[in-house]
Write a protein that binds this ligand. Structure first.
Ligand code: CNA
Length: 316
């Protein structure tokens, strides 16, 4: 196994798997920063891998996007919600089982060594694994809000529409006594027509794109162009003076401000990166390259730690 772990050292003090094991064993306030890579083995593709979501969106050519990132762009969503909703069921949290990485985070928490898990993932599998000290930096499908009146509802309220690939509408903004259709949007007709929004084929105006009813619901996941919640800033402000080890797992660290967490921590805090591919713009103390589930299993083995079972009984 150790041959699979390629190591590169920055500081002479920390450069071996043994150092990683010692740091994890001895640290009391570990900050674990995670990304889509830890959920790939659960069946959810990441964004930027060769066979990730961006590549498949490009390959399939199913959506008329200039750039696959537009699928998660708030301005594009405002113009073309039907495109996102024709796709959202593919990433909607369903019967996923936590990976060894999720279970490791829970184990660190059980051992009272977890300061916080900052996850960029929107799949809520950390919660399913029972992790409570988690900040979902990019939100989740757990709630949804109306773009117009900002009313927030449980995510389950729009689940049926997501699974039926329809655009969910706010029941307040679209109450019968309210105005007829407004909120006409210019749109890429090809995308909107391909998307299976529940109302668009009827209401489409060929000259000006589909007329969207007011009050489109959007899951509270952070799109490109949207700000993160205050919870992220507050947690980070408190944690930066507490943390004694940073563990980064399964992320390309391409998305700010989460990627900037590394710059905000004191330089004395050791950093370990576990990732399938190198992340060239950072310089952590220890780099463990490979499948994160395998690496975590190896580390646990060396630590003499046993991972909790895949399903958290309390969460089921
Ligand atoms: P990314 O940019 O797609 O990077 C993922 C990283 O994980 C890459 O560097 C891969 O090499 C690495 N990776 C892939 N598989 C493995 C593996 N088995 N073991 C170890 N490493 C692996 O995704 P990021 O998380 O860095 O980008 C942040 C985006 C991704 C956030 O806005 C998320 O909402 C978004 N996202 C989330 C999910 C999810 O919730 N599961 C899925 C896809 C995208």
């Amino acid at each position: 196994m150790s041959r699979e772990l390629q190591l590169r050292d920055k500081l002479p003090n920390y450069n071996t798997v043994e150092d990683a094991v010692r740091l994890i064993r001895e640290s009391k306030r570990i900050l674990i920063l995670t990304g889509a890579g830890i959920s790939v083995s659960c069946g959810i593709p990441d964004f930027r891998s060769r066979n990730g979501l961006y590549a498949s969106l490009k390959l399939q050519g199913e959506y008329d996007l200039d750039d696959p990132q537009q699928m998660f762009d708030i301005n594009y969503f405002r113009e073309n919600p039907a495109v996102f909703y024709s796709f959202a069921s593919r990433i909607y949290p369903s019967n996923f089982v936590p990976s060894p990485c999720h279970r490791f985070i829970k184990l660190v928490e059980n051992r009272n060594q977890l300061l916080r898990n900052y996850t960029q993932n929107i799949d809520t599998i950390e919660t399913l694994a029972g992790v409570t000290r988690v900040v979902q930096c990019h939100g989740s499908f757990a709630t949804a809000s109306c773009l117009l009146c900002r009313r927030q509802v449980p995510g389950s309220d729009i689940e049926d529409d997501i699974l039926a690939q329809k655009v969910p509408l706010c029941s307040v903004c679209n109450a019968p006594q309210l105005a007829p259709l407004t909120g006409k949007r210019k749109s890429r007709k090809k995308s909107a027509k391909k998307a299976k929004g529940g109302w668009d084929s009827e209401d489409e105006d060929e000259s000006d794109g589909p007329a969207y009813p007011p009050g489109i619901m959007k899951p509270d996941i952070t799109f490109f162009g949207e700000k993160l919640t205050d919870n992220f800033d507050h947690s980070l402000a408190a944690d930066r003076s507490e943390v004694d080890l940073l563990l980064v797992i399964g992320t390309s660290l391409k998305v700010s401000p989460v990627a900037d967490i590394l710059c905000h921590l004191p330089h004395s805090v050791p950093q370990i990166l576990i990732n399938k591919t190198p992340v060239r713009h950072i310089n952590p103390d220890i780099i463990l390259l490979g499948n994160s589930d395998d690496i975590i299993a190896h580390l646990c083995n060396r630590l003499g730690w046993e991972l909790p079972p895949p399903k958290n009984e309390a969460a089921t």
